[in-house]
Every structure is written in structure tokens, then in C-alpha cells.
Design a binder for this molecule. Structure first.
Ligand code: GAR
Length: 222
């Protein structure tokens, strides 16, 4: 389905914003989304500069100005909703979210995580994959639910772990894959092909997904 209007998005970041850049580049290549705002909880991060260079409105909502997590999330929700997005994109947004916030965006918020979930939720995923002697590692895009890094999986891209890898080299290869699968998942949603049903299952092209779409290390994403 082609939408008459580009899908309105708000993107949340905390850092470099390379995933944000992949979405901006996707728009230049025809991805039908309208990035209405980029919001960061960290002032001065490079992702804000990327947004400004692309002419996208930016906002900083610094979590250090708030005493309670609930207060911050309420303010964040009000700020996001001013831009009326149909989809909220967490792109390296390094905050634990309250249940009220997550419920408000049920079925319309994505996260990207640098591991093949359910493996390695949380931080330091690349080092943990190396320490566990994994042969395959990668990235996952999922709908956000109240469980941290635990929501229904949409798509994963794998990378092969090389014998001489360190966390930094591995992270760089995973990040490249992130930049491929995030715009893809957003495109599916924008085209009306992807949804979360009332039972919390991922529906793609009318079919309930028993597992995410998986790209093996050799497969080109697209
Ligand atoms: C990405 O690797 C993303 O998967 C990760 O933060 C990085 C942000 O990079 N997110 C998480 O770990 C969330 N649990 P970016 O700012 O360059 O897009």
C-alpha cells in the first residue's frame, strides 16, 4: 500500500545518531517518511547536528533536569505528541522507559538493539558475544514493550564473528547491518505492511510472524 502522505516520525537519540542518518539517507532515496523532530536526552550530541544539517527540528529534553523517571517520561511524551507522529523511533536512545510511556506508544514505537535478541539484552552486547564464543552476532529491530529489549521482533541481520574480532571491530560491522534493517522495518510500517496485533504478535503482509525476518551474514538486506 502506498500512503498518500509520508509517515510522520519522531526519532529519539542519545548519541552519534548514525541510525538516524541511515533513516535521513533513506528519505533521500525515497523512503516515504516525514521526520518531524529529533529529540535527544543528551545536549550537544552529534545526532542533533546531523538532524540540523538535514533541516529537521531538534529538541533537547535533558533527563538531568528531572528528579523522577515518571516526570521525565511524561514531559517526553508531551513533547513527542506535539509533533503528532504515527511512529516513534528509538535510535540509540539510552533510557529505561516507564510502563505508562511504553503503553502510550503500543504498536507504534520501534527500537534497534545491537544483538540477536533474545540474546544479550542491555549493554556491552559485542563484548558479551565475544566472551560467550558466539559464531553469529548481529542486530534486531523490535516493537517496544514494557520488557527491556524484549518486545516482539520484526527483523534481524546477522554478522559472522571473526577469530580476530575485538568488540570495536565487531560493533562496526553490526552497526552497518543496523543501518540496513532499520530503514527497511520503517518502510514496511510506512507501507502499511507491518503491525502489532491485539495479541502482541507481529503481522507482516497479512501473516503472523512466528519468527523475525532474518538476514544471514551473506544476505543483502532489501
Ligand atoms: C546502536 O548500536 C544501537 O543499536 C544501540 O546504540 C547504538 C546507537 O548508535 N542501542 C542500544 O544499545 C539500545 N539498547 P547511533 O547513535 O550511531 O545510532
Amino acid at each position: 500500500m502506498n500512503r498518500a502522505k509520508p509517515l510522520p516520525l519522531v526519532v529519539l537519540i542519545s548519541g552519534s545518531g548514525s541510525n538516524l542518518q541511515a533513516i535521513i539517507d533513506g528519505v533521500a532515496k525515497g523512503l516515504q517518511v516525514d521526520i518531524r523532530a529529533v529529540i535527544s536526552n543528551q545536549p550537544g550530541v552529534f545526532g542533533l547536528q546531523r538532524a540540523e544539517e538535514a533541516g529537521i527540528p531538534t529538541r533537547v529534553l535533558d533527563h538531568k533536569d528531572f528528579h523522577q523517571r515518571e516526570e521525565y517520561d511524561e514531559a517526553l511524551q508531551s513533547l513527542i505528541d506535539e509533533f503528532r507522529p504515527d511512529l516513534v523511533i528509538l535510535a540509540g536512545f539510552m533510557r529505561i522507559l516507564t510502563s505508562g510511556f511504553v503503553r502510550h506508544y503500543a504498536g507504534r514505537m520501534f527500537n534497534i538493539h545491537p544483538s540477536l535478541l533474545p540474546k544479550f539484552r542491555g549493554l556491552h552486547t559485542h563484548q558479551r558475544a565475544l566472551d560467550d564464543g558466539e559464531i553469529l552476532h548481529g542486530a534486531s529491530v523490535h516493537f517496544v514493550t514494557e520488557e527491556l529489549d524484549g518486545g516482539p521482533l520484526i527483523v534481524q541481520a546477522q554478522v559472522r564473528v571473526e577469530t580476530d574480532d575485538d568488540a570495536e571491530r565487531l560493533a562496526a560491522r553490526v552497526l552497518k547491518r543496523e543501518h540496513q534493517i532499520y530503514p527497511l522495518a520503517i518502510r514496511w510500517f510506512a507501507e502499511g505492511r507491518l503491525a502489532l496485533n491485539a495479541q502482541g504478535r507481529v503481522i507482516l503482509d497479512g501473516r503472523e510472524q512466528k519468527q523475525p525476518v532474518i538476514f544471514t551474514p551473506e544476505q543483502v538486506v532489501g
